[in-house]
Design a binder for this molecule. Structure first.
Ligand code: KG4
Ligand code: ZN
Length: 339
């Protein structure tokens, strides 16, 4: 049994998974409602809530899975990237349990958790592929050669895709985080109603830029009266969402063509967006590419993806982490052709 702990940002998450990384229990104590009133995550508040919630969540996970602490053979915790004070809570808790139970410890990169999450329910074998991670903090195109061998193809030059959703959500006075609210509004909107830029779609590389799109959305809204803003909300949301989806789909397919991979995987909080999922599926089918989308339950931050990375590392005989290993708020993933 693997116990995994994820506290990189504002979700306290605990999972218990089997040796193959298949989750038995995946529990999340969400802090979204707490941070919503500030319009974003307040680090100090997040870490206090992790400290408060982690132990009861862990006990609840063990009880639900009918697992005794002695049944735990390995403990994993997210070591970065993320908020330092949040990462510290989960890491210290995990290491204390490691000392008490005398089991190996795996420090896991949060982005590797997202990256491999589409394989969580796909039999546990990671095939070489191109992975797209689209979350609140990152937009990454990565060539995965095998577990632990990642080559960064491209990333965002400014805002991450989720960050763009959240910033435009704020412009539209939607609750935090804006992503799911924009997606909901977009369901009844016309994606062709407003013309918004698809930045860098033909840049010939695998980098992204979303801040220009956000600025265009601001200009569009500034030119509207309050009534117009209200009545065109679904159309603005659908047009904005479509601009992001178009770029993500186009770059992923291009990256598959350029690297010769016939398998693509999409993960991270934004990957639960329904329009993104359906457009990805259409484009992949047309291009003859097999597509794995992370299960919607494991797109936003969770600990099952952290347990899965630990299981895959264990399987590939990767040595455990030292208890002296530190957290790293700026932890990166993979080698880059840019540096
Ligand atoms: O992966 P995640 O939980 O956290 C990070 O590691 O950043 O991603 C959170 C992001 C937020 O920006 C949120 O607005 C976005 O995922 N998100 C969505 C949707 N659901 C969550 N964006 C677009 N459409 C959605 N349905
Ligand atoms: Zn995340």
């Amino acid at each position: 049994m693997i116990l995994a702990i994820e506290t990189s940002c504002d979700e306290t998450a605990v999972a218990l998974s089997d040796a193959e990384g298949r989750p038995l229990v995946s529990k999340i104590a969400s802090q979204i409602a707490i941070h919503a009133r500030y319009g974003g995550v307040v680090p100090e508040v997040a870490s206090r809530n992790h400290s408060h919630d982690l132990r009861p969540l862990c006990e609840a996970a063990l009880a639900e899975a009918k697992v005794q602490p002695q049944d735990i053979a390995l403990i994993a915790a997210t070591s970065g990237p993320g908020l330092a004070s949040s990462l510290l809570v989960g890491n210290t808790f995990a290491k204390a349990m490691v000392v008490g139970l005398r089991v190996p410890f795996y420090a896991v990169n949060h982005l590797e958790g997202h990256l491999l999450s589409p394989f969580l329910n796909a039999g546990g074998t990671i095939e070489p592929h191109v992975g797209l991670v689209v979350s609140g903090g990152h937009t990454l195109l990565i060539e995965v050669r095998r577990v632990g061998e990642y080559h960064l193809l491209g990333s965002t030059k400014d805002d991450a895709a989720g960050e763009a959703f959240d910033k435009v959500g704020r412009l539209l006075a939607l609750p935090y985080p804006g992503g799911p609210h924009i997606a909901e509004q977009a369901e009844s909107g016309n994606s062709q109603a407003f013309s918004l830029p698809r930045s860098m779609i033909n840049s010939g590389d695998f980098d992204f830029s979303f801040s220009g799109l956000k600025t265009s959305a601001r200009y569009l809204l500034d030119a509207m009266s309050e009534e117009e803003r209200q009545s065109s909300l679904p159309d603005v949301c659908a047009s904005f969402q479509e601009a992001i989806v178009d770029v993500l789909v186009s770059k992923l397919i291009d990256a598959c063509r350029a690297t010769g991979h016939r398998l693509a995987a999409v993960s991270g909080g934004v990957s639960c967006n329904r329009r993104l999922r359906s457009q990805m599926a259409n484009a992949a089918k047309k291009a003859g590419i097999e597509l794995l989308l992370a299960d919607p339950d494991f797109t936003t931050d969770n600990a099952a993806m952290i347990a899965f990375v630990a299981a895959m590392r264990r399987k590939s005989e990767c040595p455990p982490s030292s208890l002296d290993s530190d957290i790293d708020p700026n932890l990166r993933l993979g080698s880059s052709s840019h540096s």
